[in-house]
Design a binder for this molecule. Sequence first.
Ligand code: DX5
Ligand code: ZN
Length: 224
Amino acid sequence: MSDSPLQISPSILAADFADLRAGLEAIATADWAHVDVMDNHFVPNLTLGRPVVEALARVSPVPLDCHLMIEDPDRWAPGYAEAGAGSVTFHVEAATDPVATARAIRSEGARAAVALKPGTPFAPYRDLLDEVDMVLVMTVEPGFGGQSFMTDQLAKVRQVREAVSRRGGEIWVQVDGGVAQDTIGACVEAGADVFVAGSAVYGAEDVAAAVAGLRATAAAHRCG
Ligand code: DX5
Ligand code: ZN
C-alpha cells in the first residue's frame, strides 16, 4: 500500500456531452476530471480531441487528467499538455518511443503517465518508472464506460505498486474501469491511489455525494 493521498478522478465520458461545463462543475470536489480521448483506431469509439480539451481546461474547476486512447501518441500526446491538461496518459501499446513522449509531456509542464491494457504485462515497461509520474492499470478493456471491473487486474496493480515502492519517489498508481463502491476497496488494498470512476459518479443521483462516498470507502480500506 502507499501513503500518498487517495485521489478521485471522475470520468466525464459518463457525463452529458451536451453540457460538459455542468459536468465539470458537478465534480468540483474531486481531485481531477478524467477526460477520455478516443480516436476510433486504438479503440472502437470516438470521443473528443485537442480543441475540446482546450475549451474544457479553460472552465474546469479541477485539473484535467487526459487519458489518450489513440494511435501515435508520440506525435499527439504533448499537444494535450500544451492544451492545458494537468496530466497526460498515453498507452504503451501505441507508443513507439515512450521515453521521448513522456519527456515531451513533462517539458510542456504536465504530469506524464503510461497506461496498460488488461492484456499488457507490466514487467517489460518497468524502466519507464524513471520517466513517468503515474501508471494507469486498466481494469476494463478500454473503449467504453459502464463495463464490469476485471478483478484479475489487481495482481498487476500490486506488481506496479511494489516496483514503485522499491524504486522510491512519488509515482501514482491509477485504476480505470468499473471502479465503484464495491470495487474501490480492493483497488486501495492492491496499492492504487488514483481512482477513475465514470458511471459510479455520473450515474448517481447526487454526483458530489458519489465522489465523497468513493473517497470515504477508499480511506476506510487504507486504514482497515
Ligand atoms: C474506458 C475509459 C474509462 C471509462 C470508465 O475506456 O477509459 O475512463 O470512462 O467508465 P466506468 O467507470 O463507467 O467503467
Ligand atoms: Zn479512461
